[in-house]
Design a protein around this ligand. Structure first.
Ligand code: SF4
Length: 324
């Protein structure tokens, strides 16, 4: 008997998968890669003797996030719609993996939005999984799933975890020897207030796409016009990442090699006035003194040709109103 276990990377999904495996079921871990996830599942997935399959859900997720049917949680996390999407995709994969049911690590009452009794029912129904869904950590408090009804797993061996406490999970993890795992939200940036603020701003300007979402993960962001943004690298690593993320038509701004300072990426409709503004903002993060003049370099991708513009150093506060 084979089952697919949805793996977020957080502790609960690992416990659920391992518990069902210990009951004699062959478990295949399935991780959906979302553009909002900062976790590298291949690096963080512990060796439980469970094979892991990773599937990219970026495109579907982008369309979902524009207007999720069941709304957002406390930040821009559309958890109910997100789970419905993941669970229905998992259902489609059952025949491919010759699996008979799906395992999820949800715990009744653990999260205010997506794990109330009502939400758990809604997700089960709207994903089309119905009785094919087993939630082993709270199974004793929920209606029996097909795996229990048919006796594939012994309901008596399943658990009755509920509420927000994490102690039972920690104890079980100890017993199972699972010591390393990601935070409970599995590294989802949509639960982060600052990331959510930037995402809202992006959606309001109708600029949501995968490439712009990647950019949101790094740098300081400035709205320099209704149709253009500047992202300033916060350190060398981010500056290098911005160069890698630069697409055709984007502009890169950077100091000459006598001055220490970041690289910035501008995207959108950039005219000469905005080139000056971007150069000034980038200059304000360079290591020079107030009022000093310097040449900022810039180029328009994908061309290698560099231009230079002389700007005076201004304080960062002068651009605070543009900061997102
Ligand atoms: S925390 Fe993020 S990944 Fe997890 S269900 Fe919510 S939106 Fe989806």
């Amino acid at each position: 008997m084979i089952a697919i276990a949805l793996i977020s990377g957080g502790l609960d999904s690992l416990l659920a998968a391992n518990l069902v495996k210990s009951l004699g079921i062959q478990v295949i871990g399935l991780h959906f890669k979302l553009p909002s996830c900062k976790l590298n599942i291949k690096e963080s997935f512990p060796d439980l003797g469970i094979p892991l399959v990773e599937i990219d859900l970026a495109k579907e997720f982008i369309s979902l996030i524009r207007s999720p049917r069941y709304g957002f949680g406390s930040n821009m996390n559309p958890c109910i719609d997100c789970k419905i999407l993941m669970f229905s995709k998992a259902k489609e994969l059952l025949p491919e993996f010759k699996a008979s049911f799906i395992i999820s690590g949800e715990v009744l009452g653990q999260r205010p939005m997506s794990q109330t009794k009502q939400s758990l029912e809604l997700i089960k129904r709207r994903s089309g999984l119905g009785e094919l869904l087993l939630r082993p950590l709270s199974a004793g408090l929920l209606a029996p799933s097909l795996a229990e009804i048919r006796g594939w797993v012994d309901r008596e061996k399943l658990l009755k975890f509920s509420g927000r406490t994490r102690r039972p999970q920690m104890e079980l993890a100890n017993k199972m020897g699972i010591n390393e795992y990601a935070n409970p939200a599995g590294g989802c940036l949509l639960t982060d207030p600052q990331f959510s603020k930037r995402l809202k701003e992006l959606i309001a300007h109708d600029e949501l796409n995968l490439s712009n979402l990647e950019l949101l993960k790094l740098g300081r962001h400035f709205r320099i016009s209704p149709s253009a943004k500047l992202v300033v690298g916060r350190d060398e690593k981010e500056s290098n990442q911005l160069v890698k993320l630069a697409a055709d038509e984007d502009y890169l701004f950077y100091p000459n090699d006598k001055i220490a300072g970041p690289t910035s990426l501008a995207r959108g409709k950039i005219d000469q006035q905005l080139v000056r503004l971007c150069s000034q903002i980038n200059c304000s993060y360079c290591d020079i003194s107030l009022g000093a003049q310097t040449d900022m370099l810039y180029r328009k991708m994908p061309k290698e040709e560099e231009f230079s513009l002389t700007v005076s150093f201004s304080q960062r506060d002068d651009f605070a109103g543009l900061h997102i």
